[in-house]
Design a protein around this ligand. Structure first.
Ligand SMILES: Nc1ncnc2c1ncn2[C@@H]1O[C@H](COP(=O)(O)OP(=O)(O)OP(=O)(O)O)[C@@H](O)[C@H]1O
Length: 805
């Protein structure tokens, strides 16, 4: 392969072309616009229902009532639109954060840029695992082939050489190459295909679907009550118009249209926050499942270790020069991996040069091989083959291997070092066309290079924390078993037994499912082994999070419950197959993500349970008075105001809830059951019942005191507002006392509570608002008693935690 004859475009020229020809992308993501969301929201059946109520009010009630109701509608719609806008903008930003990258040469330097920034004339640097960013004509290749199945459906790799065209969207599977971009974005072949397909909306996550279906079921419950309650009222001689308005308002307040929005808010905003901390959530699904992980299947290099490899020793030491000369012959000049970087740095320090000449053949590790082979043609026409890789594999191809080398290998690997052997062979000058595999024999061993790659600082502590949270960590590596075991011990993974890929092949699926219960370290493993491990673990009922970087890791990443690609080491293919990307490749970031996943799920459950509890309370509050023939505790306008406050708490308040103290200590939720199980249902009914009792207590008190109907409603309203604020605070933690959890640690909830209380006081004592909402001023003592009753009656929800834990 020629080395960098063409320097590529300059940055200035590339920018000019980008401005002229537009970004290299197939779809322009629809921008998230506030007004578009608002327009959509206004067309929602719920809002139409409310507008209907408004119109009826203006016909039956009067202009004042109609104005009040339209103001409330405006507030409600604004609140919902702001919420939805925030969540959708966050989800949109997620895509930008994990946008694909491409390697190009500009002004003689290889740089990594956003794929969108690639322009015609750019020189693409292509290596295995790369998804080709744009259509390009190959200017340089070496044993180069691509998988074109996305375009042609043909699954066999297509070999390509200089002059051939590679298409955007295809994947490099072998060799190395360089190509000059001829078309970008919509002008590429893929772009033309994509234009026919149109844009694809991301599918809804299982939880979003479950929530939608739950919301649909609950609509019927809400609607039934909203019909039955006014019917009973009318049968008992109530005012027909008033009852119709009550029914409509009740329907509006109890139909759980907010449920799917709560999910989008919690998962969307949560995933966005997590993505700012190096855990890029590409699909919301990942945010959903992460917290349930019971097993983390992780790579070693870069995830548990630093991936800043350094040559620790070379064997035999007196022949270091020769060994490095052999090893540096397989170092890729364009895209060296950390191992190659370490070798080349050391060679550079000692003044050992890269072979002088041209690469005529090349084979990367992979497809069952753990070595890299490069065939060089020197200036004088002679051919020399260089092989670097797993010692046992290299030894097999060597003429003879001194026993001291084998002994040294054992010693170095026991210290956790990655050890590669380097060997060479002089080849007949006429044999350049013979496939590499046929040349790889009778090699002369040069020696061993041992590379140190220490564990990342803090990874030991994180692993212990993860283990304490009931999550097992399994290490799967392509490295030597002794190296794997030594690193595993250092970071705290049990390594009494290490299983190699070869041993794993001997086990059938049933046996493997048994073995994975005890063994935590797998060495000399391939991506296929990783895939089998994921399946075996899932067979045992585990929820598996897996990391991956290579082209062939896509299988395991897709099969896992959460597939997580490495951001630094990962290939494009792995990143595409994964649901999330670790921007820093760090195990600690992954662990943090799992705990955050638990946190999201907690918040979601708390928000939903609270939301349903207050709805149950509201229905009960209306059912009892109509059944026993008492005046209604709230007028229709008041019901609509209540809805505004309860929606806000559930959708915005619980999103901001800090994690529970035991988030990293408790065991995973084993049963991946429904969001609302038996226990949750009991809690919902219990809390709804308490809210009902709180309002009824104030209502009874006000009646007993002989207050006027509008005053009775004011007392009931006060009890509701205080009661539902108290319940919201109590619901912020399931098991922990709220004082222990932190009474004022949720800023949004604080703000909401203060607004609710101030609004309550203004609604009763500020004449224009009071008149608009049909309240009457009440003696402060009665108000205080109503509020105190609400606190007293809802307190059992807090006390119940003592019995639950
Ligand atoms: N660039 C390379 N040159 C020579 N040999 C290599 C190279 N890369 C990998 N190998 C050999 O292949 C083995 C497996 O390496 P690989 O990078 O595939 O491991 P892995 O599965 O990614 O493991 P890990 O989780 O430790 O990264 C290494 O131990 C080494 O012997």
């Amino acid at each position: 392969m020629k080395t960098s004859v063409h320097p590529g475009l300059t940055g200035v020229e590339a920018a000019a072309r980008l401005a002229r020809l537009g970004p290299n992308r197939l779809f322009t993501p629809a921008p998230v616009r506030f007004w578009a969301i608002a327009a959509e929201e206004i067309r929602e059946p719920m809002i139409l229902l409310l507008l209907g109520v408004g119109v009826l009010y203006s016909v039956w009630g009067g202009l004042g009532d109609a104005t009040t109701i339209f103001v409330v509608i405006l507030l409600l719609v604004t609140a919902e639109v702001v919420n939805e806008f925030r969540a959708k903008r966050a989800i949109g930003a997620l895509e930008r954060l994990s946008s694909p990258k491409a390697r190009v040469r500009r002004s003689g330097q290889v740089i990594t840029t956003d794929t969108e920034m690639v322009v015609p004339g750019d020189l693409l640097i292509l290596s295995p695992g790369v998804r080709v960013a744009a259509d390009a004509t190959l200017t340089d290749t070496i044993n180069f082939s691509v998988d074109e199945s996305t375009l042609t459906g043909e699954s066999l790799p297509a070999e390509k050489s200089v002059g051939d065209v590679v298409y955007a969207g295809t994947v490099v599977v072998a060799g190395e190459g360089e190509g000059e971009v001829t078309a970008t974005g919509g002008a590429t072949r893929l772009g033309q295909l994509a234009a026919q397909l149109g844009s694809v909306k991301p599918p809804k996550t299982p939880l979003q679907l479950a929530m939608k279906s739950l919301a649909k079921k609950l609509v019927w419950v809400a609607v039934s009550f909203s019909i039955v309650i006014p019917l009973i009222g009318i049968a008992r001689g109530g005012d027909v118009k008033q009852m119709i308005l009550t029914g409509l308002s009740l329907a509006f307040a109890t139909i759980p249209e907010e449920l799917p929005i709560i999910i989008t808010m919690v998962l969307g905003l949560g995933a966005y926050r997590l993505s700012r901390q190096n855990f890029l959530v590409k699909r919301l699904r990942a945010a959903e499942t992460l917290g349930d992980a019971t097993v983390i299947l992780t790579d070693k290099t870069g995830t548990l270790t630093e991936s800043r490899m350094q040559v620790a020793s070379v064997w035999p030491p007196e022949q270091e020069h020769t060994v490095l000369e052999a090893a540096v012959g397989t170092v890729s000049p364009e895209v060296p991996d950390p191992l190659e970087q370490a070798v080349s740095e050391r060679a550079h320090t000692l003044g050992v040069a890269t072979p002088d000449g041209k690469i005529v053949q090349l084979r990367h590790p992979g497809a069952g091989r753990r070595s890299k082979a490069v065939l060089w043609r020197h200036q004088d026409g002679s051919l020399r083959l260089h092989l670097t890789g797993a010692p046992e594999e290299i030894f097999d191809h060597c003429r003879e291997v001194p026993a001291t080398l084998r002994a040294q290998l054992a010693e170095e690997t026991a210290q956790g070092r990655r050890v590669v052997a380097a060997a060479t062979r002089t080849i007949n000058a006429q044999s350049a066309e013979i496939p590499l595999e046929e040349l790889e024999h009778d090699l002369d061993i040069a020696g061993l290079v041992a590379l140190a790659d220490p564990p990342r600082p803090g990874v030991h502590a994180t692993l212990a924390q993860v283990a304490g949270a009931g999550i097992r960590t399994l290490m799967v590596t392509g490295d030597h078993p002794a190296t794997a075991a030594a690193i595993a011990r250092e970071v705290g993974i049990p390594a009494d037994r290490v299983l190699t890929g070869e041993e794993l092949d001997q086990l059938d699926d049933a046996k493997l499912a048994q073995v994975v219960q005890d063994v935590s370290v797998f060495a000399r493993a391939t991506p296929q082994h990783k895939y089998r491990l994921v399946q075996a673990l899932q067979k045992n009922g585990e929820v598996v999070a897996v990391t991956g970087d290579g082209v062939n890791d896509a299988l395991a990443l897709k099969a896992a419950d959460v597939g997580i690609a490495m951001g630094i080491r990962g290939t494009d293919v792995a990143k595409e197959a994964a649901q999330a990307v670790l921007a820093d490749d760090n195990y600690a970031t992954l662990a943090h993500g799992v705990f955050e996943g638990r946190h999201f799920f907690d918040n979601l459950r708390k928000g939903v349970n609270y939301y349903l509890a207050v709805k149950v309370g509201l229905i009960a509050i209306f059912l009892l008075p109509v059944l026993v023939g008492l005046p209604l505790p709230f007028s229709p306008i008041q019901i609509i105001v209540l809805e505004l406050f309860m929606d806000l708490a559930a959708s915005a308040g619980f999103v901001a809830e800090p994690a529970e103290a035991d988030i990293a200590r408790r065991q995973p939720r084993r049963a991946r059951g429904a969001l609302i199980d038996g226990a949750a249902l009991r809690t919902i009914l219990f809390k709804g019942g308490l809210l009902f009792a709180a309002v009824m207590a104030a209502y009874a008190w006000a009646n007993w005191r002989g207050l006027a109907p509008a005053q009775v409603q004011a007392c009931a309203f006060a009890a509701w507002m205080i009661g539902h604020v108290a319940l919201a605070f109590i619901s912020r933690s399931d098991r922990d006392w709220i004082l222990h959890h932190g009474l004022f640690t949720n800023r949004i909830m604080n703000l909401w509570a203060i607004t609710a209380v101030v609004f309550l006081l203004l609604a009763i004592y500020l004449p224009p608002l009071r008149d608009a909402l049909h309240f009457a001023s009440v003696p402060p003592t009665d108000l205080i008693v109503s509020m105190a009753l609400a606190l007293l009656v809802t307190a059992p929800a807090e006390l119940r935690k003592g019995f639950n834990s």
